[in-house]
Design a protein around this ligand. Structure first.
Ligand SMILES: [Zn+2]
Ligand SMILES: [Zn+2]
Length: 365
């Protein structure tokens, strides 16, 4: 049996036990809470490390991208400068082409006339002369600009203007990583060049000469050469071309349309003949074919007239005086056309009545 005292003690003991348990529970709980706080504190540290790392990596990636693009831009600027440079050099180079081509035309013409030897293939001869000059020019450009240029003529064509020729050249060049390629075209005219035709047909005769008081007004004086040539070709009245003369330097007649040559009582024709002009003609040879000793060709060409010496006789007939007729294998006759008279002497041409007389407006003469 428990007495009151022991019951009291027991009760006290239980209370103490409860208090102790409560204390220890509280203590434990406080520890747990702290751990949770500690844990979340640790996690926060981890998060900031991760975020910082992400930020740093992003920054690095961004920097690399920026650096790359600025390098690329730099490179493409460099490329643009280099390609502009090559473009500029080649534009400069191309300015030489028509000059070289014209020089070549003049050189071939001088060669043909001096040696009285027709070119067998004027286009091919021109190509050879020009290609040589181009390779010299290319060396010059290599020395000056360190650029490798290759160029050569790929075509020489007639144009709708019979005094002008289209020269086509293939150009390619390399400078560093850059290359350039083009078919360049230039128009070259034959103005002020010498006409090879009279020299090639009559130049071997001792009486043939070039009157050269002034280089730009040079003309051909045939002496007996042309009449002998016509005699050989069984032309009647060949002697009417003794001491004839004709133009030598290629100049285009400004009196266009040509039918106006008869205007002003023949004064236009007189002026045309005194100035030694040439006229467009489908029958006359182009300059490139003249260099080959042809007076007519399949190209659209030009013609001039042979002026017989002044005469006091009228109504005569001889070979038609257009150069492509007189030097052809098919010489046809022309009637005397008096375009100027003074002191009983007439300046004349022999022209076919239905062809050249009409073309030049001389039908009434
Ligand atoms: Zn004329
Ligand atoms: Zn021709």
């Amino acid at each position: 049996m428990l007495d009151k005292k022991s019951l009291k003690q027991n009760k006290g003991f239980k209370i103490q036990l409860k208090k102790r348990l409560l204390k220890s529970f509280c203590k434990d709980n406080v520890g747990e809470y702290g751990r949770i706080r500690q844990l979340s504190k640790d996690n926060r540290g981890n998060y900031s490390i991760i975020i910082s790392a992400i930020l740093i990596i992003s920054f690095l990636i961004l920097s690399i991208a920026l650096l790359n693009s600025s390098l690329e831009e730099n490179e493409s600027n460099k490329d643009a400068i280099s390609s502009n440079q090559i473009q500029y050099i080649m534009e400069d180079y191309k300015r030489n082409l028509p000059i070289i081509e014209r020089e070549a035309l003049e050189e071939l013409s001088e060669y043909v006339i001096t040696n009285r030897r027709a070119s067998l293939d004027s286009r091919n001869d021109l190509k050879k002369i020009i290609d040589n000059k181009l390779s010299e020019k290319n060396e010059e450009y290599y020395e000056n600009y360190n650029i490798q240029i290759q160029s050569s003529i790929v075509g020489i064509e007639n144009t709708s203007d019979p005094f002008s020729y289209k020269f086509k050249s293939y150009i390619s060049s390399v400078k560093g990583d850059f290359s350039y390629e083009e078919i360049a075209e230039s128009n070259v005219n034959c103005y002020n060049l010498k006409d090879p035709v009279p020299v090639l047909f009559c130049g071997d005769d001792w009486s043939f000469r070039i009157n050269d008081s002034d280089a730009n007004r040079q003309s051909v004086f045939y002496g007996k050469s042309l009449s002998r040539f016509l005699e050989k070709h069984n032309v009647e009245n060949y002697s009417f071309y003794e001491n004839a003369s004709s133009p030598f330097i290629i100049k285009r007649c400004p009196y266009d349309p040509y039918k106006h040559h008869g205007d002003d009582n023949g004064k236009i024709m007189k002026n045309c003949r005194e100035n030694n002009y040439y006229h467009e003609s489908a029958d006359g040879a182009c300059y490139l074919c003249r260099l080959e000793g042809k007076c007519g060709c399949e190209h659209y060409g030009f013609e001039t007239f042979i002026n017989p010496q002044d005469t006091n006789e009228t109504g005569r007939v001889s070979a038609c005086g257009a150069d492509h007729v007189i030097f052809s294998d098919d010489i046809y006759p022309g009637v005397e056309v008096i375009y100027s008279s003074a002191d009983g002497m007439n300046e004349i041409l022999y022209l076919d009545p239905h062809g050249h007389k009409v073309k030049y407006g001389m039908s009434g003469f």
